[in-house]
Write a protein that binds this ligand. Structure first.
Ligand code: NAP
Length: 310
């Protein structure tokens, strides 16, 4: 059993910022990285809205930002474990029990920054064709669709940002949105509208994804008329929001009806000594800048809580 002052669960911008701050506070934190170092931002193509990270000649990628955050946190003493948490026991209070695939920990304080994952449509064919034409990440899979036609499902910032990225590879990117007005912000809407490879199919939902080995078409319905039709496509990229990665915390921390961990404005959860930051507790802002800020706040509160106990 490893005894630690602070264990940080998750390595996205919230986790790596919490690691930087707790490391600089000489708490020698351990970050349990989870399935993907950096979380969702590691798979983001371009970072244009994180203050201080700006190069108009060569826009930094999400991977660049994660690498820089990781190096900075490790430089100041954070230790990163490339492992996943499978169980926690917070009921007995501090020190808190945390089990990963490879180790067991007892942590005086815990900062939960396990993030969120892309939501699925839940239609026939989606699961069967995942990795064979169905994708939740343009940056990861766009390359496989060179010269092909793809559809993007969703009308938010992710759908447009990823759709614009996909035009680098695909011949045609059709955005299927269930309403006739986008949720995405005006800057992305302008860029999408100006992109000759992009078009929009309004009031449309996907009922089924069909193929033979790989995706060949989608069956769709018009939400205003109910009319059904088929659209030929080689790929279906789904960007319809996210759900928090909080399954392993069920029964341990108070959550809302969607599974987001409830925190107060000091990033405290329902268990004293356990703090949370980033998308695991934030269904609203979900930006690199806000997650990093929340990670910083959680780290400062964890440090204060630990020092007051001594
Ligand atoms: P989002 O804003 O929640 O948008 C999800 C989209 O999917 C909405 O247009 C929604 O339609 C649609 N949708 C939801 N469920 C659906 C279903 N079952 N079938 C069909 N369509 C469905 O999610 P997001 O785009 O992932 O963005 C999440 C957050 O991250 C936002 O706060 C966003 O601003 C932020 N973000 C920012 C950037 C950036 O600043 N560059 C980039 C990416 C994401 P309705 O509109 O009808 O609800």
């Amino acid at each position: 059993m490893e005894k630690e002052k602070v264990v940080i669960i998750g390595s996205g911008p919230a986790g790596l910022t919490a690691a930087l701050y707790t490391a600089r506070a000489t708490l020698n934190p351990v970050v349990i990285a989870g399935a993907q170092l950096g979380g969702q931002v590691a798979l983001t193509y371009e970072i244009e809205n994180y203050p201080g990270v700006f190069n108009p000649e060569a826009t930094p990628t999400g991977a660049d930002l994660v690498e820089s955050m990781r190096a900075q946190a490790e430089h100041f003493g954070a230790r990163i474990e490339y492992d996943e948490v499978i169980e926690v026991d917070f009921a007995k209070g501090s020190p808190f029990y945390i089990k990963t695939y490879g180790k067991e920990y007892l942590a005086e304080a815990v900062i939960v920054t396990a993030g969120a994952s892309p939501r699925h449509l839940g239609v026939p064919g989606e699961e069967a064709f995942t990795g064979r034409g169905v994708s939740y990440c343009g940056t990861c899979d766009g390359f496989f669709f060179r010269g092909k036609d793809v559809v993007v499902v969703g009308g938010g910032d992710s759908a447009l940002e990823e759709g614009i990225f996909l035009t680098k590879f695909a011949n045609k990117v059709e955005v299927l949105h269930r309403r006739d007005a986008l949720r995405a912000g005006p800057a992305l809407q302008r860029r999408a509208a100006a992109n000759p490879k992009m078009s929009f199919v309004w009031n449309t939902v996907v009922d089924e994804i069909v193929g033979n080995g790989t995706v060949q078409k989608v069956k769709v319905s018009d939400t205003s008329t109910g009319e059904q039709r088929e659209m030929k496509t080689d790929g279906v990229f789904i960007f319809i929001g996210h759900y928090p990665n909080s399954k392993f915390l069920e029964g341990q921390l108070e959550m809302d009806e969607h599974g987001y961990v409830i925190t107060d404005n000091l990033m405290r959860t329902s268990v004293e000594g356990v703090f949370a930051a980033g998308e695991i507790q934030d269904p609203i802002y979900r930006q690199v800048a806000t997650s990093a800020g929340q990670g910083c706040a959680a780290a400062m509160q964890a440090e204060k809580w630990l020092s007051e106990r001594e």
